[in-house]
Write a protein that binds this ligand. Sequence first.
Ligand code: M6R
Length: 612
Amino acid sequence: MCGIVGYVGENKVYPFLIQGLKRLEYRGYDSAGLAISNGSLLVHKCKGRVADLERHVLSKETEGTVGIAHTRWATHGEPNDRNAHPHLSMNRHFALVHNGIIENYAELKIDLAKNGYLFQSETDTEVLVNLIEFFYQQSDEINAEIAVRLALSKVVGAFGIAVICREEKDQLIVARRGSPLVIGIGQGEYFVASDATPLIGYTDNVIYLNDNDVAVITKNNLTLKTLDDKPASFKISRVDRSIGEIEKGEFAHFMLKEIFEQPKTIEDTFRGRISHDHTAIVLGGLLDIFPKLIKAKRIILIGCGTSWHAALVGEYLIETYARVPVEVEYASEFRYRNPILSADDVVIAISQSGETSDTLVALRMAKERGATILGICNVVGSSIARETDAGVYTHAGIEIGVASTKAFTAQVTVITLFALKLAFAKGEITEAHYHEIIQELTEIPEKIRTILAGHLRIEEIAAKYKDASNALYLGRGALFPVALEGALKLKEISYLHAEGYAAGEMKHGPIALVDDNLPVVVVAPKDHYYEKIVSNIQEVKARKGNIIAVATEGDTVLKEMVNDVFEIPESHTAVAPLLAIIPLQLFSYYIAVMRGCDVDQPRNLAKSVTVE
Ligand code: M6R
């Protein structure tokens, strides 16, 4: 949510800033801007995408070797030129970019106004940059670093900031509380970004800032302290990523690339975790904590959006196989509703980014109340990954498309491995059953390849429904969350209203929506719910709904009964969600493209939601 980049070194800063913004654009794309320090502070910014900024800057001065830049997802103030970052302080001593929310900005603004400060924008960020300047101007003893510290000590809320000062032109100051920041270490240069994506190709060595860290950076020196001016501990981590991961290659969109990557990402997720003979599951990250997990009285899965849907799949699998009671909670609700937790509870946060504010705060609350906290995250070194007692990385690779696809199937793969391992360790499933499902899981990538090979047929079907204005998605059991996820994908990228429902619930209300205009997507493979869901299909058919079924290959009965079919290979029920979601992802993708929507950067959304 908002992307920040910064640079200090010997090279011209502009190319890195603009390329960094392009790589971070998935975090927000309402407006973009940059500031360069070269004795004065050059600021260029405008509403729109990074490409608009590039055009805007074409004939402008961009000389300098120290700078900051920002791509915005609006919180305070509508997306326009004035509200775009960087913000300059009134007397142009400082320029600042910010990710997060300054909750007490209104009272700070009143105090600053009493001291003669005038504001150009409606943002909380402009208040912060002026507060820094206010302290800076109080005495000659107060340098930029002290002014930043003093200002941040007055701030309530979350921030990841990068600041440059006109008078201290060779230096960059960054700080975080609640919003991620990473520093890349180069040769005589440092890079700063909200996540490691812009650093790929520049350096592999990074420092992930902790909350309340303040770093003062020049081209040859980095000083890292806490907000209250104590030395801060840090560790240099390696980022092992290639440029190919952040380029679209032959694909028209990142989302399509990521959908097609799924056979490989699922293999990457279970590589090293399933023994060569497919008889054992090893989850290295949970090794030490596993004895505690076996004794857990209850498991609570938390997440948001797509990750919450993966958690719902987890509920079915863990309860069915490991026989442990599971609750699934929206992190945004859980954190505010004073839940009853004890040391016997295990809370597992599922998050692609590992930075979703609601999930992170809910997890901290669970920890304070004595629960064991675990993470299933994709981004290595992310806040959730670092703050949990233990966890499992999903290894899906960088996901850039705002609509999550490969992260979902990687999360479901991890949760499947977890449920099976726990079930076997608790003696809830036989060895033969354990081996059977592991074997089924290893066959999933090949089966997904078969579905993807039929993408043209899915595109043809999408063409028939692209002008619909509503859609209903139905599923049962672990395929109910798949229906929810299918509906979310359609909503997010094509702006069509779509609702996911447990198929058995349809008769309690949503059936009223069914008429000959309504596409109803029913996830109906041959499993033990089959007869029931066929009845639900009949109910829709009787009311003239247009039915698109996700059906097992060769199911001629359904083919006769419904309007269109997405075929998926036969599989064990435990792994069926990994197959059933694939045609639904493609269906949404093609509809969005046909409707002329911006698939990778859908309106109003951002990839990583680091505000409440
Ligand atoms: O990074 P997280 O998995 O914590 O993100 C959670 C949601 O914000 C995310 O899944 C969102 O719903 C996506 N846009 C789904 O496509």
